[in-house]
Design a binder for this molecule. Structure first.
Ligand SMILES: Nc1nc2c(c(=O)[nH]1)N(C=O)[C@@H](CNc1ccc(C(=O)N[C@@H](CCC(=O)O)C(=O)O)cc1)CN2
Ligand SMILES: Nc1nc2c(ncn2[C@@H]2O[C@H](COP(=O)(O)OP(=O)(O)OP(=O)(O)O)[C@@H](O)[C@H]2O)c(=O)[nH]1
Ligand SMILES: [Mg+2]
Length: 473
């Protein structure tokens, strides 16, 4: 897909109809397209109101036209924009007109940004940051994306890579001019202490518990419990919409139902699932299998159990934290024998603000299952929902690294830095090997870091990375 002599166009604004729609072009024919559609040339980088015409001279729309000559443009190429009324037929007529012009074609996903990368206007990590910015649904995601698109990771990666380049240069010098003036070995001693310091920095960046990646994905909370416990009702109450079917029949939910929430700027994915029980038909059994599978991979499992029933949580196989909720507390409130409507124990359990036990993810040992435990909630009255939200926000804040600004936001970055750390570790540990071989490990470490910004061999990655963008970006 390196047909860079072609001029690409796409609708870069969102779903139609919209107030205004932006159609962008990039490539050598952008200027010719402006001439073809509007005749009178707009001043560079100034919006001009023009009549856009079809091939037969009929009017498509009146809209703002921008002529953005390269290389000082987003892609570095000549660009143009048509900002028209956002009606589906207006946009269809405009796109059809552009498609009729010679050497113009519709852009592929991410192709504008890819061209910006190929022109050296942005690097690969910054391009990924732009993709994340477009995908960001919450404030915390937006902040992370703005930092990365502004070069936070790129600058750090380049600084690290430069240090490795310097180390290699010192080693080369020692190899080329041994024992000139210097105490033999003194240069490489300095190199190895620098390598150890660099390794420590990279290890610190890696030891972030995956917070940057988790923030991109969202904090996943799976609702489980026996059938009819009120899982779907609670999901609907938290989502403030009727996302899942609720009936008095046990076994209502079979499919996993996801809703994405913005809780205090944090992306939280709530997943409703089939109630867990043994006696169930084929369809429900499959639902239960999926429920268990999803719970095992969750960041947090909510075990829902009606306030008047014993709590017998089924722990996910993995060490996922588990929080017990006592549902339908409106039905038991005020009963003399009710111990669940009281204030839950306020002791911390190490992972969240409050602990309503039993232990989640091995953070506490004792199984204190009994009628008196768990956070009382009611989907019917809303009781307990604020505390539940606060608890989820506290835990998500820790897991997603609120206020921590991790550098790594993708598996790709982690793999590169892990490879770099491995290279540094090899170079440091084989101190009996010839200097040439240890320098080779340093080179591998530098190359691994170089892949983050795309300075080193990334051709094979480009289709994967830019293919995930939306069209028009
Ligand atoms: N209408 C419109 N809005 C948009 C964009 C766009 O393409 N069109 N963007 C696109 O994604 C984003 C803005 N990003 C941009 C980044 C660089 C340049 C650019 O032309 N840079 C030149 C000139 C800078 C200047 O004039 O100061 C340069 O860096 O040399 C333009 C937009 C968001 N808003
Ligand atoms: N009074 C009261 N009834 C509730 C509450 N939450 C749920 N219910 C009722 O309990 C029944 C079951 O609710 P669901 O939300 O479908 O329960 P579920 O856990 O999703 O059930 P399955 O999908 O079958 O596993 C329905 O009749 C709900 O109206 C509540 O907070 N208070
Ligand atoms: Mg349900």
């Amino acid at each position: 897909m390196s047909r860079r002599d072609e001029t690409i166009f796409a609708l870069s604004s969102g779903a139609l109809p919209s107030g205004v729609a932006v159609v962008r072009l990039s490539g050598p024919e952008s200027g010719a397209a402006v001439t073809a559609l509007v005749g009178q040339w707009p001043e560079p980088r100034r919006a001009a109101l023009r009549t856009l015409r079809a091939g037969d001279g009929s009017v498509i729309d009146r809209g703002l036209v921008l002529w953005l000559p390269g290389p000082a443009s987003f892609t570095g190429e000549d660009m143009a924009e048509f900002q028209v009324h956002g009606g589906p037929a207006v946009v269809a007529a405009l796109l059809a007109r552009l498609a009729d012009l010679p050497r113009l074609r519709a852009a592929e996903p991410g192709e504008f940004t890819r061209r910006a990368f190929l022109a050296g206007r942005i690097d690969l990590a910054e391009a990924e940051g732009l993709a994340d910015l477009v995908a960001a649904e919450t404030e915390a995601q937006r902040r992370q994306a703005i930092r990365q698109s502004g070069g936070a990771l790129s600058r750090q990666a380049e600084a690290w890579r430069t240090r490795i380049v310097t180390m290699r240069a010192l080693i080369e010098a020692e190899l080329d001019f041994p024992d000139e003036d210097d105490v033999p070995g003194s240069v490489s001693d300095a190199v190895w202490s620098e390598a150890a310091a660099l390794l420590a920095e990279i290890e610190t960046a890696l030891a972030d518990a995956g917070r940057g990646e988790r923030l991109r994905r969202g904090y996943e909370v799976v609702l489980t419990g026996p059938p009819n416990a009120g899982k779907s009702s609670l999901l609907n109450a938290l989502a403030r919409r009727d996302a899942a079917i609720v009936t008095e029949e046990p076994g209502t939910t079979r499919d996993l139902i996801e809703v994405r929430l913005d809780l205090d700027g944090l992306p939280v994915i709530l997943v409703d699932s089939a109630g867990l029980r043994d006696a169930a038909g084929r369809v429900e059994q499959e639902g239960i299998r999926r429920a268990r599978e999803r719970a095992a991979a969750a960041d947090l499992v909510l075990w829902l159990s009606p306030a008047d029933a014993p709590v017998e949580p089924e722990r996910p196989a993995s060490g996922v934290p588990l929080l017990v909720l006592r549902t339908k507390c409106d039905l038991t409130a005020g009963r003399p024998d009710d111990r669940s409507a009281g204030v839950p124990p306020a002791e911390g359990d190490g992972s969240g603000a409050l602990g309503w036990g039993p232990a989640g993810g091995g953070d506490r040992g004792g199984d204190r299952a009994g009628a008196g435990m768990g956070l009382p909630v009611s989907a019917a009255t809303g009781e307990g929902l604020d505390r539940l939200r606060a608890e989820i926000v506290a835990r998500a804040g820790v897991a997603l690294g609120r206020g921590e600004d991790p550098l790594i936001t993708r598996a790709r970055h982690r793999e590169a830095l892990t490879a770099a750390a491995d290279g540094l570790r090899r170079a440091l540990s084989f101190d009996t090997l010839p200097l040439e071989l240890r320098a080779e490990d340093l080179r591998a470490a530098g190359d691994a870091i170089g892949r983050i910004t795309g300075r080193v061999g990334v051709e094979d990655l480009l289709d994967v990375i830019f293919g995930q963008f939306c069209i028009g970006k």
